[in-house]
Write a protein that binds this ligand. Sequence first.
Ligand code: AHR
Length: 647
Amino acid sequence: MPVIVSNIQAQKVSEITVRVNQRINTVPASMWGIFFEDINFAADGGIYAELVKNRSFSFNDPLMGWKWISKDEGKGDGRLYNSGDLLRPDKRYVRIQSTSDNGSYGLSNEGFRGMGVKKDAGYRLSVTARNVDSDIAANLVVELVDSTGKVLAENQLSGLTKDWEKYEVILKPVKTEAKAQLNVFVKGKGLVEIETVSLFPVDTWKGRKNGLRSDLVQLLADMKPGFVRFPGGCIVEGRELATRYQWKKTVGDPAERELIVNRWNTEFKHRSTPDYFQSFGLGFYEYFLLAEDIGAEPLPILNCGMACQYNTSELVDMKDLDPYIQDALDLIEFANGAVTTQWGKLRASMGHSEPFNLKMMGVGNEQWGPQYIERFKKFNSALKEKHPEIKLITSAGPGPDGDRFTYLWDELVKLNADIVDEHYYQSPTWFLKNASRYDAYPRKGPKVFAGEYAAHSKGQADPTSRNNWESALAEAAFMTGLERNCDVVQMCSYAPLLAHKDAWQWNPDLIWFDNLKAVPTPNYFVQKLFAANKGSYTVSVLKDKEVIAGKDSVYASATIDETSKELILKLVNISQKSVPLKFSFTGGSVKSQNANMEVLKNKDLSAWNSFSTPLNIGIESMKVKVSGRSLMLSLDGNSVNVLRIKL
Ligand code: AHR
């Protein structure tokens, strides 16, 4: 590891003072968090590790993802049936009749843009099936094949009875394949009905059966997030109220969770047959568990009686709002209630007797207008009366300024709202200019949740828009301003979080993945650096007695970590050139030492992390020589630097 010793030559040196002993703002534990929305295949096809698409034939196109196939000149007939349950028209099954002695007839599933399977890893296949013709002992054969049809793994399920039963076998592929498919055949003569076909890796996050993709959750855990906001985003609202997110339909037995179309379904720019749904295999219980697993506070966002205002803007009549409010009250009981309560009992039956310790909840997502305020008022009175301990997150609309924004803020101040959620998808220049945005915010009144932000160089639907270094650098500069103002801005999350490289609607995103790999973006590393080096309280870092937000191209913030007794300096240089700095530490002793510094840098602002060069921009660690009360440091051009100095 190189040790950087004062590498400053004949350049003008900026003098910076850090007041080590002057405590300014406590950094909230929940300062840096994550925003999870099922957009870009983030849940089904992403973090929820199910590999079979439309596993219960429940999508509005019941055979979407499936096709009838035969093998070894097999012949037969395949039919789709509805179980006749009018309340659950999605309850369907298929009948496979194989009519040849030696050949096979059945179905193939394409997965979510293929299925990612790894050599020698175990994949648990389960089928709910029955043998219709008891005169014939039907053989069900399951196989994974590669994109050319070559068999990678095979197994057999025999002993099928005339009753619906669940059968399980393990498949072990002989080769790694990103675009595998699953075949399910009746081999030889036989008549079999199948209700659900499911395939999960055995290796999931924490080894939970039918759980989450471990590589993706690990990346989230590595960020050390203070909170997880779920389930979105516009998905909370739905295109119309009928397809809004209803948490009660996402808990209990996963097999009984009713699938619905995803709000983002029609927004694929590159696919003529939209195929995006929500199976809710990742439902509210699993979200709470995910937050707990990665040490983050859960932050559920609920529908407030308004469908997405970019779509239908459908409203529930004020006189019919009560069930929506009841959902919010019941959610608190589900999360925190005793096991003797209705919803606490359900939580316990799912495996979590202890409460999830819910402390906050969002009312509506990105709503605006008087209709929102009218609805929020009713939620606010009901929730504050019964649960004053729960902080409520409210919306400031879709943009960082303008009439909608001003109207909402004025109203929410009058209502003494707890926390207001601001969203900004803006240019890198906007982020740089706004690094001081919160310096002038009122110190009294509602706190701010920077709930969705990302620097966009181009439109969000533009495939050439990238998570490039320019965007990440601008976000880092802006985030020094968030940290400096953490008495006002108490929570922050980049958005969106995840995107499948073959199935996205929104770009840029924090982590890209395909069926086998995940690629953290430069923006991810910025988030990780800030969250992992949060500190306990801020101290001032000044040039000429002023905060450093763009002075000489440098943005800076500083915190003290009370546990490790370290000063943490975050320094962002947005100029192409290196910038020499001379630090003086006042009011506290700084030992001579080789301090740890983590750096993200690239001279090329258009650089990004692709699937072939995933670590083009990644965190480098080095040592910096600190002598007593001062430090000479040259910040590399276009760099983000986090320095931990022992006090
Ligand atoms: O993050 C993508 C979308 O941006 C969210 O769903 C919505 O809240 C915002 O408009």
